[in-house]
Design a protein around this ligand. Structure first.
Ligand SMILES: C[S@@+](CC[C@H](N)C(=O)[O-])C[C@H]1O[C@@H](n2cnc3c(N)ncnc32)[C@H](O)[C@@H]1O
Length: 260
């Protein structure tokens, strides 16, 4: 319990940073159309409404920048976008167009369906999703790989490779070096694992909930997939890294397979 409480302390620090980091671009959905405190708390560990809006806005701003730099305008309705692990729409509410969203928790998805523009569905904890091959230009997942075991991350990367078109973009957030360093809850052996470049997952049995926390050192995410070219944007979202993964083309896949 002590380690879990310490982790919540780290999240609090992150949230304070994110809350101060405001993006003045107007939100897609009015700030008075918020999910109830219980749902806000479920996705972020706090029911605070200003924090919920601020973190979501900061997340959308960071994703928007990362996508624009790679040629994708997430506010352009002609681009097919999926929010994976959408929760109760903390990020998706800030787009100026409807998108797709999916999550394992039916109560979160139900709120999105009833209150946000877009198409929201429930997925199983394991792939596949209901989406067709190559149906998205962009998939993003904010604070989702931070709560999955390594095996599950690998399964989902393979599923994203299926549903993202060649040349399409995947944006994932993970804890950055600062989060790992500031988190005194990591045991010495976990710190060594991290320093040796291996992903550390605390409380793996609680996978999918915020109690399970994963830390990704530099290079570790890229080793989980051959389907994407991976770039790590260090601490591009407060204490979180954003990973920008571009789906390789079939030709690149064939070259990769021939080489291995
Ligand atoms: C920390 S919350 C973040 C929610 C949202 N992305 C946001 O930023 O507000 C993590 C979310 O991932 C969802 N999740 C966990 N495992 C999942 C899985 N295997 N597939 C889809 N969603 C998952 C949880 O239900 C939860 O809504």
């Amino acid at each position: 319990m002590k380690r879990a409480a310490e982790r919540i302390g780290v999240l609090g620090t992150l949230h304070t940073i994110l809350r101060r980091w405001s993006d003045r671009r107007s939100a897609g959905v009015a700030d008075d159309n918020l999910p109830p405190p219980r749902l806000r708390s479920l996705v972020g560990g706090s029911a605070d409404s200003a924090w919920f809006v601020g973190v979501g806005r900061a997340s959308a701003a960071a994703l928007r920048t990362a996508a624009i730099e790679r040629g994708f305008d997430l506010d352009d309705p002609s681009i097919a976008v999926l929010d994976f692990g959408c929760g109760c729409g903390r990020t998706s509410r800030h787009w100026q167009r409807p998108i797709h969203g999916t999550d394992i928790r039916p109560e979160l998805v139900a709120w999105c369906q009833q209150h946000l523009p877009g198409v929201y569905s429930v997925n199983d904890p394991e792939p596949p999703t209901l989406y067709s091959d190559a149906s998205f230009d962009v998939v993003y997942a904010v604070s989702v790989f931070t709560h999955l075991t390594v095996d599950r991350q690998q399964q989902w990367l393979a599923e994203f490779a299926r549903i993202i078109r060649p040349g399409g973009l995947l944006l994932l957030t993970t804890h950055g070096d600062r989060s790992a360093a500031e988190n005194e809850a990591l045991r010495d052996d976990e710190v060594s694992e991290y320093e040796n470049g291996r992903i550390v997952v605390c409380y793996p049995r609680e996978e999918g909930s915020n109690v399970c926390v994963a830390y990704h050192p530099a290079g570790s995410l890229a080793r989980l997939t051959d389907d994407f070219d991976v770039e790590r944007l260090s601490e591009a979202l407060g204490g979180h890294d954003i990973h920008a993964l571009v789906r390789r083309s079939a030709a690149a896949d064939a070259t990769q397979q021939a080489a291995s």
